[in-house]
Design a protein around this ligand. Structure first.
Ligand SMILES: Nc1ncnc2c1ncn2[C@@H]1O[C@H](COP(=O)(O)OP(=O)(O)OP(=O)(O)O)[C@@H](O)[C@H]1O
Length: 621
């Protein structure tokens, strides 16, 4: 006999499940049935593709056996099974980094945590909500030995040799007080129908059925086995036969989510390629959305046979929040992961699927704006990632994303921004890189305020990278206000060019600031501030350079910004009038440093800044 302890994370998860998950104890059955269904999927795939397994008998089914008196339930499958090693690693440790991350997000507030866990899916361990002892007997396909795993969900588990006639897994639950309600055949049937009706394999329930005995005028109990689920691949049925409830139920069983999805798109394609797709958008963004090791939410089937559910090639990465099914008629059943990557059929399905998802989202944006708002609250950012990566769908994605702006409260679409453009407005303008409050008060926006031009406030930290690659919305140029060339648009033909008159001052400033600046120029974009910082077209902004360095990128050359000064500002006028003033040098540095501060860039030498400031203050008091 070998006694082992659970990995710390498992104990943590078990504690949580037992103490805060009482709101939905029935999901234990969905989780165990879905594990069985996965195990059957895996074995079916092997029997179709791997010579070693081809000769093995495969009679796929899931059996629930109820002992009402003894308050036990077994869930058995004829799937892939587990050997001793698998039992230890699958039912004693948590390998998925997503789960570990999930645990670290827990707040200790039972209500919030149970919502989190609902989105996450707790798997096998959820059975400890309803059982105080669980025995698993499993035999791996192709192996002779079977193993028994026993645990009370508290101290650890034991593994001993056991017997099992065929490959597969049997989970025996000894119900606790909470679980006693499930030692009831009606309740079990109800829960199976609710969550697992469309599992592709038959689920049988064996129980003592009461039957009326006419002769003896009493009811007898008779051991009966009945199929309790529909076992149909629901996605292959015509849309007209399916009700919203059917879609929601399938969603919950494929995603493990408790909440209804926001919406779904069901498509049957016939023609050069035959396939069915059913995609769902979860109401809440998956918790691992921003993790490199996110869990794939789309399963690939070939002719209703499950192939895989962990391929990142089924949809582009930015659509990783989509859940659902792709079922193809044209792929071979033995298609391997490597082949999938360059398979023409899958590439076509993927391209068409992305188009479909995006065009459906566009419809929703147009026809159900409130619902679309809920969607955007969760998924605006991944769509922006798409702008960066999915060139082919950029136009659609530009219509789908939402942005903040100086003209509206909340979010707005680029189509709305376009419709608000003034007659002589040459481009759509935006400002990036920094917190919203910093961006809204930036001196770079002064001229736009004065001219009553709208500016998009792009304060998401990926915005600068994303939008630096997007230079047009339809025919209209998109321009960052902190780029040197953007000011070309703003030049007033009527206004005389002041550069000539300013030249002596510009030269002087340049000489003082030396190699800290690339250039010093007269600005056309300032109204109230004396100076601002701009970058060249191809260069990341100062704030961005700072971020890249903070992220550990070392090879970023030091890029010098251009300082622009406002020819109409009193300070600038005075400096021009008194070129030999003793304070000129201090003033030059203060003009530069304050422009940096307004960009959100920390000063290289704050002590120097303060000394200069105090000297000037002293003179003015
Ligand atoms: N009936 C079964 N047959 C074969 N393997 C199983 C069975 N039940 C569980 N396992 C194995 O144990 C692992 C852990 O199961 P668990 O339900 O905790 O998580 P999961 O199914 O991987 O993830 P989740 O349920 O969170 O999506 C599974 O990945 C699988 O390898």
């Amino acid at each position: 006999m070998s006694k082992r302890e659970f990995q710390t994370e498992v104990s943590q998860l078990l504690q949580l499940i037992i103490h805060s998950l009482y709101s939905h104890p029935e999901i234990f059955l969905r989780e165990l049935i879905s594990n069985s269904s996965d195990a059957l999927d895996k074995l079916r795939h092997l029997t179709l593709t791997d010579d070693v397994y081809k000769a093995l008998p495969f009679d796929p089914r899931i059996d629930l056996e109820l002992d009402e008196e003894g308050k036990t339930l077994t869930i058995s499958d004829t799937g892939i099974g587990m050997n001793e090693e698998d039992l230890v690693s699958h039912l004693g440790t948590i390998a998925r980094s997503g789960t570990k991350n999930f645990l670290s997000q827990l707040s200790g507030d039972a209500k919030k945590d149970s919502n989190l866990i609902g989105q996450f899916g707790v798997g096998f361990y959820s059975a400890f909500m309803v059982a105080d002892k669980i025995e698993v007997v499993s035999r791996k396909a192709g192996e002779e030995l079977a193993w028994r795993w026993i645990s009370d969900g508290k101290t650890g588990f034991e593994i001993t040799p056991a017997e099992r006639l065929v490959a597969g897994t049997t989970v025996l639950l000894h119900f606790n007080e909470e679980g006693a309600q499930y030692a009831n055949s009606y309740r079990l049937q109800e829960v199976v129908k609710k969550y697992s009706n469309h599992i592709a394999f038959p689920i049988f329930l064996t129980y003592d059925k009461s039957e009326w005995n006419e002769e003896e005028k009493k009811s007898d109990k008779k051991r009966t086995t009945e199929q309790v689920n529909a076992a149909s691949a629901l996605w292959r049925r015509p849309k007209s036969e399916l009700k919203d409830e059917d879609y929601k139920e399938l969603y919950k069983s494929v995603s493990g989510d408790w909440e209804d999805p926001l919406f779904w798109f069901h498509t049957k394609a016939e023609g050069s390629l035959d396939y069915t797709t059913l995609f769902y958008i979860p109401a809440k963004a998956p918790l691992d959305l921003y993790q490199a090791e996110y869990k794939v939410g789309v399963k690939l089937y070939v002719k209703r046979v499950f192939i895989l559910d962990d391929s990142k090639d089924l949809l582009p990465q930015y659509l990783r929040f989509v859940r659902g099914i792709i079922d193809s008629e044209d792929l071979p059943l033995n298609v391997s992961r490597e082949i999938l990557q360059q398979n023409r059929v899958l590439t076509s399905i993927r391209t068409a699927s992305v188009k479909k998802i995006l065009s459906e989202l566009k419809n929703i944006a147009a026809n159900q704006p409130e619902k679309y708002e809920t969607f955007i609250a969760e998924y605006n950012r991944p769509l922006k990632e798409g702008l960066h990566n999915d060139y082919a769908n950029r136009e659609t994605l530009l219509d789908l994303i939402r942005v903040k702006s100086t003209k509206v409260e909340g979010l707005t679409s680029l189509a709305e921004v376009k419709s608000r453009m003034k007659e002589d407005q040459k481009s759509i303008y935006y400002i990036t890189s920094g917190a919203e409050s910093l961006l809204r008060t930036s001196p770079l926006l002064e001229i736009y305020k004065k001219k009553d031009l709208e500016v998009l406030i792009l304060d998401d930290d990926i915005d600068e990278i994303v939008f630096s690659g997007v230079d047009k919305y339809g025919e209209i140029d998109l321009k960052a206000v902190n780029k040197a060339s953007t000011s070309e648009d703003l030049k007033d033909e009527a206004e005389p060019d002041q550069a000539e008159a300013l030249k002596p001052l510009l030269d002087k400033l340049k000489a003082t600031l030396g190699d800290r600046v690339k250039d010093v120029r007269a600005s056309v974009r300032l109204a109230d501030s004396p100076s601002c910082i701009v970058s060249d077209e191809e260069e990341p902004s100062l704030k961005m350079q700072q971020m890249l360095r903070a992220m550990g990128q070392k090879d970023i050359p030091v890029m010098r910004p251009t300082l622009e000064i406002n020819p109409d500002h009193e300070i600038v006028k005075k400096l021009l009038a008194r070129p030999d003033d003793a304070t000129a040098e201090d003033a030059a540095w203060l003009l530069f440093d304050q422009a940096l501060l307004m960009e959100g860039v920390p000063l290289q030498d704050p002590a120097n800044f303060v000394q200069r400031l105090n000297r000037i203050l002293n003179l003015s008091i």
